[in-house]
Design a protein around this ligand. Structure first.
Ligand SMILES: [Zn+2]
Length: 187
């Protein structure tokens, strides 16, 4: 199983940011059917906290579990697995969300005019600034048009970067799917 720890860390940072959640996932890599009591013990965490984090990871499909009855004690215990396949899909979902958010910001910035006083109290669009007679609502000083070309450039290059990543991701996924297809026997 190929595991990219940077990717896992990146996804967890955004979805389950508690550091102990990352420890749990890292502990589960390469293992299978691990009881929550073992996880708690090995990572020196309270069982209550361990369960709480496992449920948060489960919500994101990052882990899966099986419930089995303990033959001796008679109660149910959950056995956990890391779900490696979920990481790539979550990563894609987060990336697409970021691209959309940045594009929305870009459409607000691009071609827009913004006005600010020299103290940067408020940043107003043209219509709003016009209503205030181009005077800062906070201090009354004249507001000047702000050059936002650096913001626009930054947004454009970040979007381009993420779209390239996404393209690469789609290509890799296609390769994986192709590799999984059974080879037809030729007669
Ligand atoms: Zn001001």
């Amino acid at each position: 199983m190929k595991v990219n720890k940077d990717k896992i860390e990146n996804v967890l940072k955004q979805l389950v940011p508690e550091p102990d959640a990352l420890s749990i996932v890292e502990y589960l890599i390469g293992k299978s059917n691990i009881s929550e009591f073992i996880i708690a013990e090995e990572l020196d965490l309270e069982i209550h906290k361990t369960r709480n984090l496992l449920y948060k990871l489960l919500d994101q499909n990052i882990v899966t579990f099986k419930r089995k009855k303990d033959k001796i004690k008679g109660w149910y215990i959950c056995y956990w697995d890391f779900n490696q396949d979920a990481i790539a899909h979550l990563e894609e979902k987060l990336r697409l969300e970021t691209i959309n958010r940045l594009k929305e910001r870009l459409s607000n910035e691009d071609g827009g005019f913004f006005y600010m006083c020299r103290f940067a109290h408020a940043r107003l669009g043209f219509d709003e600034a016009f209503e205030y007679d181009f005077k800062c609502p906070e201090c009354g000083e004249l507001m000047n048009q702000q050059d936002n070309s650096r913001t626009v450039d930054f947004l454009k290059s970040r979007i381009e970067e993420l779209e390239k990543e996404q393209e690469q991701f789609v290509k890799e996924q296609e390769k994986i799917i192709k590799a999984k297809k059974p080879i037809k026997a030729t007669s």
